[in-house]
Design a binder for this molecule. Structure first.
Ligand code: RM4
Ligand code: MN
Length: 403
């Protein structure tokens, strides 16, 4: 796609979901550095997320994490978010922070613990009903540390049983997004370690179960765009958790460590016409059909341990847009022609031409068309919101991992 109006049109339609937890304090296992002005509850997180949407125009939803975002009245939380111009997105279950879960949650050998974990997952679907969320995002810390500790296959059976119970509880317009992760916190086996395991479970469950690709959850060197292409091909890519990494699950800002990898992933998404529901690409016969249904959820899953959180989320949204803009600029006809000719260097050059384009002026122009400031970080910093929350959010307990 080289028609700049069409590129901008696609960028206006593409939406990015923000993680509530990115606005709270976070750190490593060594130290959580608290920041002033950090939200104390889910409503204040939604207020901060609304700021990111206000200056970028493309981030209209915030994922929640239960129990981190537990409130008495979820409808009221959803109404608060709506009043700020955003909505509540995916509900993330958390079955990894109770003492009971030392040996796992839904894969635990103890049926009492499995029952407790399942009840939490079902509670998350109740919360979706109240907030109007369409996506239940499941990530399990389950696994083992030592060979022989538990039976690999028995744990898979327990996993399948619990997932089936949750799947049966999903209503119309709701789906289950299953996320995999290579290792950590378990160091020997992880019960959902890779896209193959996640896909096998989702295929057994049915259409409402899809896989989430967290870009930080692979071994170094893994070709993530290949996984994305395959999941798109079989209609099982439910969403992304975007972040970037240098070593393991670093949860740094998307596009910070390897913008070229991010571009390559988005090239696969654009080719499959999966940027937003209803996208038509007409690029190839394979991708000409318009996607219906909820489509791929483009979520951020990041932590901002040392940098200020709201500007970091704005920067992340901008990084996503830059990668997508470049992917939309790929001259797909020239690429296909070079590929069919066996022109190795020519095909590679088409891709690199798009990647090497400076898309910042295009994105600045797009924002002006949307009635936004061309530089969202600058506009946010000039707004005084950061100073205001530091002055106002005094007392109470900052959200986060212990700061
Ligand atoms: C996990 C996984 C989940 C996220 C938690 C906080 O590693 O990436 O998506 O919710 O971390
Ligand atoms: Mn994740």
């Amino acid at each position: 796609m080289r028609d700049l109006t069409a590129v901008k049109d696609a960028l206006k339609k593409h939406q990015i979901e923000l993680p509530s937890w990115a606005f709270g304090n976070s750190g490593t296992r060594f130290k959580v550095f608290g920041q002033p002005g950090v939200p104390r509850n889910a409503c204040e997180k939604a207020d901060d997320a609304a700021q990111v949407h206000k200056y970028t125009g493309v981030a209209p939803s915030m994922a929640v994490h239960i129990p981190w975002d537990r409130v008495d009245d979820y409808q009221a939380l959803a109404a608060h978010a709506r009043a700020g111009g955003i909505r509540i997105g995916a509900v993330n279950a958390n079955v990894f922070q109770d003492d009971d879960y030392k040996l796992g949650s839904i894969c635990n050998p103890d049926p009492k613990v499995r029952k407790k974990a399942l009840a939490h997952l079902l509670e998350c679907v109740d919360i979706m009903d109240a907030t109007g969320s369409g996506d239940l995002k499941l990530w399990f810390a389950d696994g083992t540390n030592y060979p022989g500790q538990d039976d690999i296959v028995a744990r898979q059976d327990r996993l399948a049983e619990a997932l089936a119970a949750v799947y049966a509880r999903l209503g119309d317009g709701q789906r289950m997004l299953l996320e995999y992760k290579l290792f950590e916190p378990s160091f020997y086996t992880t019960d959902v370690p890779d896209w193959g395991t996640a896909l096998a479970h989702c295929q057994a469950l049915g259409d409402k179960a899809q896989v989430v690709v967290d870009t930080g959850h692979h071994a170094p060197g893994v070709n993530i765009e290949f996984i994305v292409a395959m999941l798109l091909k079989v209609g099982k890519l439910g969403g992304f958790d975007f972040n970037s990494r240098f070593y393991a699950d670093d949860d740094l800002m998307v596009g910070a460590a390897d913008p070229f990898q991010f571009f390559r992933i988005m090239h696969e998404v654009v080719k499959a016409a999966a940027l937003y529901p209803g996208q038509r690409s007409g690029i190839t016969a394979r991708s000409a059909a318009a996607h219906t249904g909820p489509g791929v959820a483009f979520m951020l899953d990041q932590c901002h341990n040392i940098e200020p959180k709201i500007p970091a989320q704005i920067r992340s949204v901008m990084n996503v847009q830059e990668g997508i803009a470049k992917a939309l600029l790929v001259d797909i006809d020239a690429l296909a022609a070079a590929q069919l000719d066996g022109d190795v260097l020519g095909a590679n050059a088409v891709l690199m031409d798009a990647y090497n384009t400076d898309v910042r002026p295009l994105l600045a122009g797009l924002r002006e068309e949307m009635g936004l400031a061309p530089d969202p970080v600058k506009a946010y910093l000039a707004s005084g919101y950061g100073e205001k929350i530091i002055a106002e959010r005094v007392g109470g307990t900052s959200a986060g991992w212990g700061a």
